[in-house]
Ligand binder design. Structure first.
Ligand SMILES: Cc1cc2nc3c(=O)[nH]c(=O)nc-3n(C[C@H](O)[C@H](O)[C@H](O)COP(=O)(O)O)c2cc1C
Length: 478
């Protein structure tokens, strides 16, 4: 039976949503006149034509050997023509066994040419829509999926609850036993080199920037919170940041200033939630205090962030040459309402335990605090899609308030990549095309398919191609 969930997004005007924000006591402001979103931004000596980004949005549509597939090209072209001047390319594995799904992109020598073609198709689409690509920057997100790798989990540390939901193999059988080995220090040192190799390849392909992915609790992100890990990559903040420090140092030694360095981080991992079987609402799993897990989590009140370490991390990355940080939160696997506030939960997941505006506010507040602590770092913000047609007014307000340097657009970019172009050209956007945060993209992402290995994902309500794929998935399932 379909889950019944409360409908929050019922606002017809800026005044309606402003009233709701006030009722909830949140610090979200909106500006009707868009100016700063279209102002240029300077990063690492390069000029970006506006202050909008498309976030990394994986489509699970690479070839089985990790090259971009036809649908990858389609998505990137649509992003290219959309008008955001920063395109933050999606999660791309640095080693085959670190792929999160069998269709995830994988950057290796063999696939290099295909990545160069993807980049050139994206730039061409931008050029055709806007006449020039001089003020466009396109990057790639390098990743290792860690405990969520589809072949076998690679874990930095044990977690009493996450180990029970981490599947041992791609058939989804078994969970992690207490004696499951941690990735060793030697293996981590080898993985550092894999990140460096992939960074070199990304530079050769011509990407403008490289993101070392440390968000959403994949391997480098899990390491940041590996407080109970023994040895030189665990325990103290210095040890937990060893991996990223080594990777950045080695990349700078190898590439010098050839590409801009960036990182997407989790400023707050949060705690795990699960679905209450009766109400369907998300409830936190039982925790004991102090809670020694996760990054940016207040150990004595883990429902709140403690930004002292995330701010230190951004500072140390700045000293190691990072010029842009994309701030994210939470984990799609154990607390999706934190990272991507939604109306409808994805299948099998829980109804959001809070009003989604509280989630949006958490993103804005945390990003604002990091931006304030490090005013000369370019900070990309997250969590705007739930705002639907009010996304750009919120972006404008946050830019004016200096809570963010560049506003990132995630799910809304799958739904309506031309939103930026429409806003630029006519000043209005088509509210019938905006993302409605109904999580069908996540449903498709989770759907296994024996022929494809994995369903590709995109916007089911707004993009016919994915509506058809979703119908096919429903047919096959029954
Ligand atoms: C289908 C899908 C694919 C995603 N792929 C990535 C990815 O490759 N890398 C990443 O860091 N985040 C990924 N995300 C998270 C988004 O970049 C973004 O953080 C999230 O959707 C919240 O932003 P929004 O409210 O604008 O959607 C993905 C999210 C979805 C729904």
């Amino acid at each position: 039976m379909a889950t019944r969930f409360p409908r929050h997004f019922t606002y017809r005007s800026l005044e309606d949503i402003a009233l709701e924000i006030e009722r909830l006591g949140l610090d979200i402001t909106l500006e009707r006149e868009l100016e700063e979103v279209f102002e240029p931004v300077f990063i690492g000596g390069r000029k970006l034509g506006n202050a909008l980004a498309f976030h990394p949005m994986e489509g699970c549509d690479g070839t089985l050997d990790g090259r971009p597939g036809d649908l990858t090209f389609r998505r990137w072209r649509r992003f290219g023509a959309g008008g955001a001047k920063l395109i933050w390319g999606e999660a791309t594995a640095v080693v085959e066994e670190g792929r999160g799904n069998p269709r995830q992109l994988y950057l290796c020598e063999r696939n290099l040419q295909a990545f160069a073609e993807l980049l050139s198709a994206t730039r061409k689409a931008h050029r055709e829509a806007f006449g020039s690509e001089a003020d466009l920057m396109v990057g790639i997100q390098l990743t290792h999926s860690g405990r969520y790798s589809c072949r076998r989990p690679v874990i930095a540390c044990h977690h009493p609850y996450l180990d029970t939901i981490t599947r041992l193999n791609k058939n989804g059988r078994g969970s992690i036993p207490p004696d499951y080995p941690l990735v060793s220090d030697d293996e981590l040192a080898t993985l550092e080199d894999a990140f460096v190799r992939a960074a070199e390849l990304a530079a050769r392909a011509g990407f403008d920037f490289i993101d070392i992915k440390q968000c959403h609790t994949y391997l480098p992100g899990e390491l940041l919170g590996a407080k109970n890990r023994p040895g030189k990559y665990g325990g103290s903040f210095r040890n937990r940041t060893r991996f990223i420090r080594n990777v950045l140092t080695k990349i700078s030694d190898t590439l010098g200033g050839k590409v801009i360095l960036a990182s997407r981080i989790n400023a707050y991992d949060g705690v795990p939630y699960r679905r209450d079987p009766e109400s369907g609402i998300g409830v936190p799993v039982p925790l004991s205090l102090p809670y020694h897990y996760g990054f940016g989590v207040d150990e004595n009140d883990p429902f709140r962030e403690d930004l002292s370490e995330p701010i230190e991390l951004v500072r140390l990355m700045k000293n190691l040459g990072v010029r842009m940080v994309n701030v994210s939160l939470g984990s799609p696997y154990f607390n999706p309402h934190i990272g991507r506030p939604y109306e409808r939960p994805s299948e099998g997941s829980y109804i959001a335990p809070e009003h989604p505006l509280i989630g949006v506010d958490r993103h804005f507040r945390i990003t604002g605090a990091i931006r304030e602590a490090l005013p000369d770092m370019a900070i990309v913000g997250t969590g705007y899609s739930w705002l639907q047609g009010f996304l750009l007014p919120a972006a404008e307000a946050n830019l004016r308030r200096k809570r963010v340097t560049i506003v990132g657009i995630g799910r809304a970019a799958l739904a309506y990549p031309d939103m930026v172009r429409d806003a630029l050209r006519g000043g209005t956007i088509d509210t019938k095309r905006v993302c409605i945060t109904a999580s069908f993209c996540t449903d498709l992402m989770k759907a296994k398919d024996t022929e494809r290995g994995q369903y590709p994902t995109g916007c089911v309500p707004r993009d016919k191609l994915y509506a058809e794929l979703y119908k096919e998935y429903l047919r096959k399932r029954t």
